[in-house]
Design a protein around this ligand. Structure first.
Ligand code: KG4
Ligand code: ZN
Length: 340
């Protein structure tokens, strides 16, 4: 590795968070995220509003990232940006901003796959956090994604399982909506689940091929269950909210852990590196720890701010690609359906 300090700016705008981060070699100097509150009242991300908010946020967010890192833009060696996957209108804002900044500063541009970045976030140097050893299973669980990826090397990865409908975070958020909770509902369901009985109510787990996931059936099952019980007792949800949350959480964790058991068996890989906003879930963390004792797994969870959508993960990929001279051409385009 070079003894010179390499500064890279990462920019993330794939969904509803506008984010910028500065990395120096493997260490994050700043990690700024502007969340878009506007979507809360709609109970989900509204693409047109997201794109407009990115346009308003991107310049101040980048300025703040540079200021917090205490460097000027002239010290940057490259600009890394999320090329995809994500919402086209959102991706375009980050892509065109990154392109013009790199062009203006006459430094290389580095395109980053958002899903690779969730996994490579584990390689940010951070005290108290261990980096996974290859090969490992990268498991990204968020409001937009549910993926199991076999990771052989930084840029040698294969998706071996993913959701065929809703993401795991959507299972939380849509269930929460049925229960009258705010958006996003994941954290509240998690909190209530810890005070409820996970076996109070039973929801059947879907049967899905191979290592793939399905969560849309669970949402429908919960909807019918709530409608049925509310007919008998209008206060049912209110009176049993913690037990309902605990039962939903128990089902979701069961679905995830079953697939991880299958994935570790099929691949012979027992190292599991988890990421995405849902990795904050207390029940999932506990189940993974239990897996260490029960099945001999070794599990990795990065620092929380690097698990939700953020630009630090884009910056670390930028750094890894910079070391390999893997740069984007100036006519690179955003790609909403970019694959790993
Ligand atoms: O990664 P993220 O911040 O944004 C993207 O989806 O890209 O993930 C947000 C998702 C939401 O669905 C939210 O409900 C869920 O993560 N979430 C949780 C918890 N904290 C956040 N789900 C379950 N338990 C939690 N503690
Ligand atoms: Zn994400």
């Amino acid at each position: 590795m070079s003894s010179q300090n390499i500064y890279i700016l990462g920019i993330e705008s794939s969904c509803d968070d506008t984010a910028a981060a500065v990395i120096c070699n493997g260490k994050i100097l700043s990690n700024v995220v502007a969340n878009q509150k506007i979507h809360e009242e709609y109970g989900g991300v509204v693409p047109e509003l997201a794109s407009r908010a990115h346009q308003q946020n991107i310049v101040p967010v980048v300025h703040q990232a540079l200021a917090k890192a205490n460097i000027s833009k002239n010290q940057l060696h490259a600009i890394a940006f999320t090329r995809g996957p994500g919402l086209m209108g959102s991706l375009l804002v980050g892509t065109s901003f990154a392109k013009s900044l790199a062009y203006g500063l006459n430094i290389p541009l580095i395109d980053v796959n958002h899903m690779q970045a969730h996994i490579l976030a584990h390689f940010i140097e951070e005290d108290g956090f261990e980096q996974p050893i290859f090969p490992f299973l990268g498991v990204t669980i968020s409001g937009g994604h549910t993926q199991i990826v076999k990771v052989l090397d930084y840029f040698d990865m294969n998706v071996i399982g993913e959701t065929i409908d809703d993401a795991i975070g959507e299972a939380y958020d849509k269930s929460g909506k049925i229960l009258g909770l705010g958006y996003p509902a994941g954290p509240e369901i998690d909190k209530r689940a810890q005070q409820g009985n996970p076996k109070a109510f039973q929801f059947t787990k879907p049967k899905v091929d191979r290592l793939n996931f399905s969560f849309s059936g669970l949402k429908t099952a919960i909807l019918y269950f709530v409608q049925r019980e509310t007919k008998k007792n209008p206060n049912f949800v209110k009176e049993h909210l913690n037990d309902i949350c605990a039962s939903i959480q128990y089902t979701i964790i069961g679905i995830l852990i079953d697939k991880l058991k299958k994935a570790t068996k099929e691949t012979g890989i027992k190292r599991i590196a988890i990421g995405g906003g849902v990795s904050a879930n207390s029940g999932i963390r506990k189940a993974l720890k239990d897996g260490e004792h029960k099945f001999g797994w070794k599990t990795y969870v990065p620092k929380f701010e690097f698990t939700t959508d953020n630009a630090a993960m884009i910056a670390i990929v930028g750094y890894l690609k910079y070391l390999e001279n893997d740069f984007a051409s100036s006519d690179v385009m955003a790609s909403a359906r970019l694959k790993i």
